[in-house]
Write a protein that binds this ligand. Structure first.
Ligand SMILES: Nc1nc2c(ncn2[C@@H]2O[C@H](COP(=O)(O)OP(=O)(O)OP(=O)(O)O)[C@@H](O)[C@H]2O)c(=O)[nH]1
Ligand SMILES: [Mg+2]
Length: 615
């Protein structure tokens, strides 16, 4: 082992989809992590099921490569691949504590977008060395020079200092593993990028002789070893069995034993017997360690500061399932199951909050956006959980005694013909237009919109722009609360009784409605089976079968031709429901229901509401 081994620690940051994970593939490939002819697949770092299904990165992950410089030196580059989607920005914030430099990827056609601004701001605040990577220069609509100017403007607007403004730029085609110093370079591999990393990113402090100190920035689980604390060693050396202390958030200090130490090599974690300052490692044997806590030498347990992660902006209630179908499809259904699972999630999902409510069956779960919460719900459902969730609500704050709400910075790219309809829609949602310009034949419009107003917007936007629009948004900040924003304009179709939905019963109703279920679906009284074409809710009997006596008289069953139902995804269901409705989530089903299932009770409750409103 050579404690003096050269190390660089970098994070790859960007707006969603600008090519981070793809670039990591080729960094791994070209440094021999995979044999030249080995079929490694694409986006290997996106290793969990939901990441692969959705084609996005959700969790930040570590890897490393050994790069041989042209003069023969070998440098270890620890790489953190981060998610670009705004809802997972908490992952970026915490992992930046591990690195000394960032590769800021920017799509050569799209240019800097809200996500670019957010991640760049965070890295400038931490004074990390940026390398700007203009990626996807192979795109037909690439405009690398303009994009570079826009990036420079962005640095300026974020108050970058002169040294930060002097960032190196590399042009890339991540998808082909090509990097160039100038657009005209004939180069065909990533060498220029690696060279820039080694030359420009400062090596981490490498004081291996002082007492050991490491901030835990990631937690992972290993089936055999339990909890792993991952971070960059700030100083000192760690050896198997060394006496250590964990300094907890509450300043309590606890003895800890190091049972295993891992170093990252490509996609593997390699067991090592010791590790030195500067390197990123995983430590096993510390069951109680949390993100943001320090592992330190027993003789000198001084804690390191953590970054403050931005607060959640959206919350939903997670409620124990009390529908008539409760417990039929899930493995974990009780209050205790739900409470324990959420507590476990809090230990690694740093941007999440869970609060108890007046009712023991209801947990208030808050996150950074709908997708943040939807991914948690989907993960839990796949693990066998069954529960209900309420309509997402934004989190208001009192700032200088003014009620304030979260505002999103929205950027929309649409063909000119849809500009009018988009402006009108966001106007209803209390959006304020900030800017409008032409980008590559499309119109780019910027708005500030209350986060509240964006709930349910995406699906309308896709329909209104016939799928051609592109929508980006990121948290901008809190502003004094805007006025009312109306929600759904259509009522729910509510099943009248328990039973099996049949085509005949549905067919009778379909002129007035869109169904969310197929015939043959088991329904219960109070379950939502579709959307009414009018504003009010309507109780319907979807289980109604044809009278036997009519059977022959009315001809064959061919008359029953049903429109295809609108089967909702989890996210669509969450966006659709109103205040008095829940989404019931089980490993097998996503159902919508009224909060009060019993029709009379529901009417009473809504009457009560009306009465209150009239006072
Ligand atoms: N044309 C072109 N497409 C690219 C290039 N690099 C990546 N892509 C494509 O861009 C899409 C997004 O790539 P990812 O690597 O998943 O992007 P990402 O930045 O990791 O995305 P998130 O982690 O979800 O933010 C994929 O379809 C890639 O194939 C490139 O150089 N040129
Ligand atoms: Mg990615």
């Amino acid at each position: 082992m050579n404690p003096k081994r050269e190390i660089r620690n970098i994070a790859i940051i960007a707006h969603v989809d600008h090519g981070k994970t793809t670039l990591v593939d080729y960094m791994l490939r070209q440094t021999g992590t995979f044999r030249a002819n080995q079929d490694m697949g694409t986006r290997v770092m996106d290793s969990n099921d939901l990441e692969r299904e959705r084609g996005i990165t959700i969790l930040a992950k570590n890897t490393s490569v050994f790069y041989k410089m042209s003069e023969g030196r070998e440098v270890k580059i620890n790489i953190v691949d981060t998610p670009g989607h705004a809802d997972f920005a908490g992952e970026v914030e915490r992992t930046l504590k591990m690195v000394n430099g960032v590769l800021l990827l920017v799509d050569a056609a799209e240019g800097p977008l809200p996500g670019t601004k957010f991640v760049l701001k965070k890295s400038l605040e931490l004074n990390l060395q940026p390398i700007v990577v203009i990626n996807k220069i192979d795109r037909k609509d690439a405009r690398p020079h303009e994009v570079l100017d826009e990036v420079f403007e962005l640095f300026l607007s974020l108050g970058a200092n002169n040294q930060q403004l002097d960032f190196p730029t590399i042009y890339c085609i991540a998808k082909q593993g090509i990097a160039k110093r100038e657009l005209t370079d004939p180069n065909e591999d990533l060498r220029p990028l690696f060279e820039a990393i080694v030359a420009k990113v400062p090596s981490p402090p490498s004081d291996a002789d002082s007492p050991f100190q490491m901030l835990v920035t990631t937690i992972d689980y290993n089936d055999y070893l339990g909890r792993l604390g991952i971070g960059r060693i700030s100083r000192g050396t760690i050896k198997l069995g060394s006496p250590m202390k964990i300094v907890h958030h509450d300043a309590k200090v606890e003895d800890a034993r190091v049972t295993k130490i891992y170093s990252f090599e490509g996609l593997k974690r390699i067991e090592v017997s010791e590790a030195y300052a500067g390197d990123i490692i995983a430590i096993a044997g510390m069951e109680d360690v949390e993100i943001g806590e320090t592992i330190a030498d027993a003789a000198d347990p001084t804690p390191l500061p953590f970054v403050s992660i931005e607060e959640p902006t959206l919350s939903m209630n997670f409620i124990v399932n009390n529908s008539p179908f409760a417990g039929l499809e899930g493995k974990y259904v009780t209050t205790r199951n739900l409470g324990e699972r959420l507590a476990k999630e809090l230990r690694s999902n740093v941007a999440l909050r869970v609060e108890l409510t007046d009712s023991p069956d209801v947990f208030k779960v808050s996150g950074r956006g709908e997708l943040h919460l939807a991914i948690l719900i989907e993960t839990m459902r796949r693990e066998g959980f069954e529960f209900q969730v309420s309509r997402p609500e934004v989190i208001y704050k009192r700032i200088a005694d003014v009620l304030s709400e979260p505002i999103e910075h929205v950027i929309i790219d649409v063909p000119d013909e849809f500009v009018g309809v988009v402006i009108e829609n966001l106007g209803h949602r209390r959006g304020e237009m900030k800017n409008m310009l032409q980008v590559q034949g499309n119109t780019r419009i910027e708005f500030f919109v209350p986060a509240r107003g964006l709930i349910g917007f995406r699906s309308e936007f896709m329909t209104q722009t016939k799928g051609t629009g592109i929508l980006h948004h990121n948290f901008q900040g809190y502003e004094p609360a805007k006025g009312d924003i109306s929600h759904r304009s259509r009522g729910a179709l509510v099943a009248m009784e328990d039973g099996l939905a049949v085509a005949y019963g549905m067919w009778k109703l379909q002129d007035r409605s869109t169904f969310f279920i197929q015939p043959g679906t088991h329904v219960y009284s109070g379950m939502i089976v579709g959307e009414n074409s009018r504003e009010h809710d309507m109780v319907v009997n979807v289980c109604k079968t044809k009278q036997l006596t009519n059977m022959r008289a009315s001809g064959s069953d061919e008359a029953v031709r049903l429109e295809p139902p609108h089967l909702m995804t989890l996210e669509q269901a969450i966006e659709w429901i109103g205040d008095d409705e829940y989404v019931e989530v089980t490993p097998k089903s996503i159902r919508l229901r009224k909060r009060y299932l019993e029709h009379n009770e529901r009417n009473r409750m809504s009457k009560k509401k009306t009465e209150v409103a009239e006072v």
